[in-house]
Design a binder for this molecule. Structure first.
Ligand code: GDP
Length: 195
C-alpha cells in the first residue's frame, strides 16, 4: 500500500462528531498499551501520527485517521486499565457499543492482542462481541519481535485457542519494530477498504 496522505480528522466523543463522508473504515480495538498507535504508525509509515502514549484517565476519544483520502483507521480507546473508575468503564462501554453497533461505514475490526501472553478475558470478550454483532474481525498479534521466531507459532496457537478463533478468521503476527506482518495485514484489510 502506497501511503500518500494521512491525517487525524477528528477525535470524537459522540456520534454527531463522526465523519459523514461515507468512506469505509476499519476500527482498532485492544488493551491499553497493546500497540495500537504503533500499529497505525507502522502501517502508514509515519513516525508519530498516532500518539503512542496512553495514560489512564486521558480523554477517551475515537480517533479518525483519514488515509489517502479514501478510508479511515479508527483508533478506539484501549481497555484493561485497572485504575480506571467504574464510572469511566461504563462510559467507555457505552461509547464502544454505540459506535460498533450503529456505524454503517464500519467494515471490519482489528483486534490487537499481545503475542507474548495468552489473550486476556477482556480480549476474549471483545472478540465475542465482534462475532455477536457479525463484524468481520482480523486479529493482530503485536510485539512479535519480543518472541523468538522459533516460539512464535506456539504463541499464535495459544492465542487462537484462547480466543476460540473461528475458522476463516485470520491471526497475523505483527511487529511495529521490524515490520513483520505489515504486508500481510494490508492484504487482509484491502478487501474491506474498497467502496
Ligand atoms: P497503545 O496504547 O495500544 O496505542 O500502545 P502503543 O502503540 O502506545 O505501544 C505501547 C508500548 O509498546 C510502547 O512503548 C511501544 O513502543 C511498545 N510497542 C508497541 N508495539 C510494539 C512492537 O511491535 N514491538 C515492540 N518491541 N514494542 C512495541
Amino acid at each position: 500500500m502506497n501511503i500518500t496522505k494521512a491525517e487525524l480528522v477528528i477525535s470524537a466523543v459522540k456520534p454527531e462528531q463522526y465523519p459523514d463522508s461515507g468512506r469505509p473504515e476499519v476500527a482498532l480495538a485492544g488493551r491499553s498499551n497493546v500497540g495500537k498507535s504503533s500499529f497505525i504508525n507502522k502501517m502508514i509509515n509515519r513516525k508519530n501520527l498516532a500518539r503512542t502514549s496512553s495514560k489512564p484517565g486521558k480523554t477517551q476519544t475515537l480517533n479518525f485517521y483519514l488515509i489517502n483520502d479514501s478510508f479511515y483507521f479508527v483508533d478506539v480507546p484501549g481497555y484493561g486499565f485497572a485504575r480506571v473508575s467504574k464510572q469511566e468503564r461504563q462510559k467507555w462501554g457505552k461509547m464502544m457499543e454505540t459506535y460498533f453497533t450503529t456505524r454503517e461505514t464500519l467494515k471490519a475490526a482489528l483486534l490487537l492482542v499481545d503475542l507474548r501472553h495468552p489473550p486476556t478475558k477482556d480480549d476474549v470478550m471483545m472478540y465475542e462481541f465482534f462475532k455477536h454483532y457479525e463484524i468481520p474481525v482480523i486479529v493482530i498479534a503485536t510485539k512479535a519481535d519480543k518472541v523468538p521466531r522459533g516460539k512464535q507459532q506456539k504463541h499464535a496457537k495459544i492465542a487462537r485457542e484462547t480466543l476460540r478463533l473461528a475458522a476463516g478468521d485470520s491471526l497475523i503476527l505483527f511487529s511495529s519494530e521490524t515490520g513483520q506482518g505489515k504486508e500481510e495485514a494490508w492484504a487482509a484489510l484491502l478487501p474491506f477498504l474498497t467502496e
